[in-house]
Design a binder for this molecule. Structure first.
Ligand SMILES: C[S@@+](CC[C@H](N)C(=O)[O-])C[C@H]1O[C@@H](n2cnc3c(N)ncnc32)[C@H](O)[C@@H]1O
Length: 284
């Protein structure tokens, strides 16, 4: 991706959330406060103008997204389920004793910002590319900093997660942790994904969990998002954020085992899917 520019895909996810929030009936799927917080963050950070956000929440925009849903079937609405999935895992994890939450490739996600005041005894961390993290930090500064939310600006392709967190005094290596990687691993190279899971094993204590979403692999070895896969792969590449990793759901157990994690079907099922992405939870 472009190192010096804020992530386009993070921006698109956030705008999708805003538009989806305007679709009647979707509020029952989104975690409470998600849409409003996303709107506020986008404007306060300068990632989007107030007019863009207003336009994004119009019924006309809902119709535009619905009209283009054939490209990635079901993906428009999937973002509400994705947000709900991640928040459910974080809340369950905290209920089970987690004292740290780490959101990788956080983009303009508001989970940490919304939950930090409710769970004042839990430390929330987010990591993203410097260009995106800096913009977000500006937005968080404007909508209200949280004393237990720490934004870290790092390229995880450049620096190992364990090195990044080692320099942070408030990170506790053996604490029970919930790690969230929502819409991230498809953008990393295969070696980087394997390494990331290994790193997650190093930085988190026993009883931790990692909740993530991924794209399945097709028979031709490329990420498979249905009939328009070729078009989507091209669009992602042109946008500078190509999809580079995917896996067969059946192969996930072995892949994770090699990195110290065990798939936890009791948490989310083995084949939970919304739109073009599968959802998975692994524990250690
Ligand atoms: C599709 S966006 C998802 C954002 C957020 N997780 C969400 O779902 O709302 C992918 C995010 O991963 C971040 N990302 C991709 N590669 C990264 C890397 N090597 N290091 C840090 N962040 C990365 C991008 O900057 C972007 O914010």
């Amino acid at each position: 991706m472009h190192q010096d520019k804020p992530s386009r895909t993070a921006y698109k996810v956030a705008l999708n959330v805003v538009t989806l929030g305007a679709k009647p009936g979707m509020d029952k799927f989104f975690p409470p406060g998600t849409v409003q917080a996303t709107e506020n963050l986008l404007v306060a950070s300068g990632a989007a103008g107030a007019r863009t956000v207003r336009w994004s929440r119009s019924q006309r925009m809902v119709s535009v997204y619905e009209a283009f849903d054939w490209v990635l079937p079901g993906q428009f609405e999937a973002f509400a389920h994705r947000k709900a999935f991640c928040e459910r895992q974080v809340r369950d994890g905290i209920g089970a004793g987690a004292t740290q939450i780490l959101v990788l490739g956080a983009g303009y996600d508001t989970l940490g910002w919304r939950l930090a005041p409710e769970f004042s005894g839990v430390n929330f961390f987010e990591i993203d590319h410097p260009a995106t993290a800096r913009l977000k930090s500006r937005g968080i500064g404007a909508i209200g900093r949280r004393k237990n939310l720490c934004l870290i600006a790092e390229d995880l392709g450049e620096r190992k997660l364990s090195d990044v967190l080692k320099t942070d005094d408030s990170w506790v290596q053996d604490a029970r942790t919930v790690i969230v990687a929502e819409g991230l691993v498809m953008y990393l190279h295969p070696e980087a994904v394997r390494d990331l899971f290994c790193q997650c094993d190093v930085i988190a204590g026993v009883g931790s969990r990692i909740a993530f979403t991924y794209i399945p692999i097709g028979a031709d070895g490329r990420p498979d998002v249905g009939r328009w896969t070729g078009l989507m792969l091209w669009l992602q590449k042109v946008a500078g954020e190509p999809w580079t990793w995917s896996i067969r759901p059946e192969d996930l157990d072995l892949f994770l085992e090699a990195s110290g994690w065990t798939i936890a079907p009791e948490q989310e099922g083995r084949t939970r899917k919304h739109g073009v992405e599968f959802y998975a939870v692994a524990t250690k």
